[in-house]
Design a protein around this ligand. Structure first.
Ligand code: ADP
Ligand code: MG
Length: 389
């Protein structure tokens, strides 16, 4: 803890041509109980030397009128030097206009020479206010830095979660998927080569179990890493819209003028996860009967809109302590230089992801030809299958 100001040695730079007035000021300050180290200067050159950064003044007390120099000029010089030192103007006869001008230019206070009893308290007040200001600036800066760190950490987490998911999905695909497929082949072989009805019945039941296990791992794998994205974002969103509609009964239409898009690495997955979360919210919270997904690319900005005709959301909804879906979307968008806007009203909720794509080195994430999705197939299309038997 630093000592209280009144006990601290205050370093005072006094701009004053009269030694007598200087002594008078010191006497006043002593009488107020202040301990000061004061230096008197009376020329512009000396003043400039004194306000160099390595000098550590607590306050400047300046006479208004000096031969060839003035308090207001000194104040300007102090401002130009970017030194933040409180400045008190003292004058024999200071007019109101001058006082106002000085305060407007950043002076902390002004005093009349014939009423210097106020000097001690004024000086303390100026130094205190200045220290508070510095402390607030420091706190603001630290808060800003800390926010930035949290922000970077959140983005880093989003990215590492995706990497981890992709790694787990790969393992499920290669190990679990591979073994289950091999098992299914073997069971099918046994079924073909056995005449025993008991064996056949056991084998069929085992085949059923294996099929279940395959489906379950495909589901898990798909949630971890949407393989459909390999067919391009548009195909993936079309597929997601139709799956959402089937699963929830909420009409979901995907609209885009584009047939295929070349997107930088990372963007398709961010877009996909954004729509996934937005649609989950529609089914969980919106009480909607319709949802729309619109994808467009205009002026180099990818824009992806998910809207519903539900009950809308409020600021309180977004401030829920344990809700991280939409917060996560903001962070996720940030990982590819984008952002998320939300709007809501009685007509429903709209969430928009915008990502400026830049014209630089884009990685072609989508195939040149969009993946063909089977239309009207009786078997639901599942892009995550490991290959039919
Ligand atoms: N489409 C929507 N319609 C109505 N309310 C919504 C919608 N999306 C989000 N909300 C509200 O905003 C809140 C925060 O959403 P979110 O951040 O995704 O967290 P969570 O879904 O885990 O609650 C939800 O709890 C819900 O009250
Ligand atoms: Mg949510």
């Amino acid at each position: 803890m630093s000592p209280p100001l009144s006990e601290k040695h205050l370093r005072v730079l006094h701009l004053e041509d009269s030694e007598l007035d200087h002594q008078l000021m010191l006497a006043h300050l002593r009488r107020s109980g202040l301990v000061v180290d004061a230096v008197r200067v009376d020329t512009e050159a000396d003043f400039l030397k004194c306000i160099e950064p390595e000098q550590d003044w607590d306050v400047v007390v300046s006479d208004y009128n000096l031969p060839g120099f003035s308090g207001l000029v000194a104040l300007d010089l102090l401002k130009a030097s970017a030194q933040m030192i409180p400045f008190i103007l003292v004058s024999g006869e200071i007019g109101e206009d001058t006082a106002v001008e000085a305060m407007r230019n950043g002076a902390s206070d002004y005093l009349l020479k014939n009423n210097l009893t106020r000097l001690g308290p004024a000086l303390l007040h100026a130094v205190e206010t200045h220290e508070l200001l510095l402390a607030r600036q420091r706190a603001d800066r630290e808060l800003g830095e800390s926010k930035q760190r949290v922000h970077e950490l959140a983005q880093h987490l989003q990215t590492s979660v995706e990497l981890e998911r992709a790694a787990i999905a790969r393992e499920i695909h290669d190990d679990v998927g591979g073994s289950l497929t091999a098992l299914k082949f073997d069971l099918a072989w046994i079924a073909r080569h056995s005449d025993s009805p008991e064996v056949l019945s056991r084998v069929n039941s085992a085949l059923e179990t294996v099929s279940h296990a395959i489906e379950a791992s495909q589901r898990v794998m798909h949630n971890l890493r949407p393989a459909i994205l390999e067919q391009g974002l548009i195909a993936a969103l079309q597929w997601m819209a139709s799956r959402f509609e089937k699963r929830t009964g909420i009409t979901c239409e995907f609209r885009s003028r584009h047939e295929h898009l070349s997107l930088p690495a990372g963007v398709p997955l961010v877009a996909y996860r954004t729509v996934q979360e937005a649609l989950t919210n529609v089914s969980k919270h919106a009480q909607a009967s319709q949802a729309h997904i619109d994808l467009s690319l205009a002026g180099g900005v990818l824009s992806l809109e998910v809207s519903d005709n539900g009950r809308g959301l409020s600021q309180e909804d977004l401030a829920k302590a344990r809700s991280f879906g939409i917060r996560g979307l903001h962070e996720r968008a940030g990982t590819v230089g984008g952002w998320v806007d939300l709007s809501s009203g009685p007509g429903g909720t709209t969430l928009i992801l915008s990502v400026p794509l830049g014209s630089g080195d884009e990685v072609d994430m989508d195939p040149t030809e969009p993946g063909e999705l089977p239309q009207d197939s009786s078997v639901p299309y599942d892009p995550t299958v490991w290959g039919a038997l």
